[in-house]
Design a protein around this ligand. Structure first.
Ligand code: IMP
Length: 431
């Protein structure tokens, strides 16, 4: 028993929420450590769908405590709305959810900047979720951010917001399209932040210390990654990435712990590949097959509703994710979506001119020029009702064995449908 990190092994939307919900029953804590409400974790329990953007997916298990670590960027408006929604469904969050004093806040001007920057980039836009994630992390790195703890002191919020908007207003004033924030609106923004801070006060906590003490006492920690390895700010397909480190090692930093606590890493991978937003995607299918995956897999963003780009499984990208995240086991999701296809393809290498690449190119820009090399597999029929590996169609097992042997990882879980319980557990990652 120990601590497990659940991390997206592709470009996000791998089904982490469902897997975290599955493992939640074994965890004492479920911890978010990076990203913000750009994430959207869809959970289907007893036919009822819940989409969580900030609150860790473990909240649906009554016994579990949830933490939002210092590495997360928190939009207090969104967090409070999510808490209200959970409350209406009879899910208690008081005394179960703890928000780090050190987490940075997403302020209204971050959202505005995010949208304005994307509009300014035009065709080169990143395709962000428009939630202000990038600008909030920018302010954190620039040492001018507003943190959760600051909300408890009106004078501090006032000073931080006014000094930030003084600079921002000068930039806005110099740009014909953008109106600077009037003083009355700045005051309103400060009032609102303080009001939200009061409502969040009972949830504020020294998250790192609580996790540390409980981990030493033998409790199980489950770290819930957001986005995916290929969207990591350092290791992803820059600049088409999110603004935080999504890799598993950041689970420690983003929660206020050291790396030694991370005992196992489970990479979540779809049985095929999807991506939302711009950026390279070598195995993308811009044809009827891609459309079929999108329709069958309901591949529309949980946060923005945007259609996801769909394509074949990419082992070159997954090998890279295994390396940068230290993935030991995988949970393969949406296996059922592939059912009924005559032929399945897996990208085993990239062709780059005369070269063959079996790992991600050193120069990310080469991704624009690579051609995927595929290995074909026979398709398989329905798997949605299967609950034991032995009962899977032989062709599905061949497909999975090839992939996991290539990656050098064990299978922990196979997900064969969206609902709770629609899966096949092969190994318990806490053991
Ligand atoms: P941002 O995180 O909103 O700045 O968006 C940067 C990139 O990450 C865009 O391509 C988004 O579509 C993508 N992204 C952010 N969050 C998620 C997520 O939870 N799932 C999938 N893609 C995401």
């Amino acid at each position: 028993m120990g601590s497990v990190v659940v991390v997206g092994a592709q470009w996000g939307d791998e089904g982490k929420g469902k897997v975290v919900d599955r493992y939640g029953e074994r965890a004492d804590w479920v911890v978010r450590y990076q990203g913000g409400n750009n994430a959207g974790h869809t959970l289907v329990v007893d036919g009822e769908t819940t989409i969580l953007h900030l609150v860790p997916s473990g909240i649906l298990h009554e016994r579990v405590k949830c933490a939002i670590g210092n590495g997360v960027v928190v939009d207090p408006e969104i967090l409070l709305k999510e808490l209200e929604k959970l409350d209406k469904r009879g899910i208690k969050t008081a005394g179960r959810l703890f928000v780090s004093y050190g987490a940075h806040l997403i302020m209204p001007y971050h959202r505005r900047l995010d949208l304005a920057r994307e509009a300014y980039r035009g065709v080169d836009k990143i395709g962000t979720t428009g939630r202000g994630i990038g600008p909030a992390y920018e302010d954190k790195i620039a040492r001018r951010g507003v943190r959760v703890a600051d909300l408890l002191d009106r004078a501090r919020v006032d000073g931080l917001v006014r000094s930030r908007l003084k600079e921002l207003n000068a930039i806005l004033a110099a740009n014909d399209d953008h109106v600077p924030y009037p003083d009355a609106e700045i005051t309103q923004m400060i009032d609102r932040a303080v009001e939200l801070g009061e409502r969040l006060r009972p949830y504020m906590a020294n998250v790192g210390e609580r996790l540390y003490q409980d981990q030493r006492a033998g409790k199980n920690l489950l770290f819930e990654g957001a986005q995916g390895a290929l969207l990591d700010i350092d290791h992803g397909t820059y600049p088409f990435v999110t603004s935080s480190n999504t890799v598993a090692s950041n689970a420690a930093t983003g929660a206020g712990l050291g790396p030694g606590v991370l005992q196992n890493v489970v990479g979540i991978m779809k049985a095929y590949t999807t991506r939302v937003g711009s950026g390279p995607f070598p195995t993308e299918l811009n044809d009827a097959l891609g459309e079929r995956l999108r329709e069958t897999g309901k591949e529309f963003g949980a946060t923005t509703g945007r259609p996801r780009r769909c394509g074949w499984l990419d082992l070159v990208a997954l090998r890279y994710a295994v390396r940068i995240c230290g993935i030991k086991e995988v949970a393969v999701t949406k296996l059922d979506v592939l059912a009924g296809l005559d032929e399945l393809k897996v990208c085993t290498e990239y062709r780059l001119g005369n070269e063959r690449l079996c790992t991600f190119p050193d120069n990310v820009h080469d991704l624009d020029r690579v051609e995927p090399v595929y290995k074909s597999f026979p398709g398989f029929g329905e798997v949605g009702a299967t609950r034991r590996v032995e009962d899977l169609p032989a062709a599905a097992r061949t497909y999975l064995d090839f992939v996991t042997q290539d990656l050098g990882v064990k299978v922990a879980l196979l997900s064969v449908g969206p609902g709770r319980g629609q899966d096949i557990e092969v190994h318990n990652p806490f053991e």
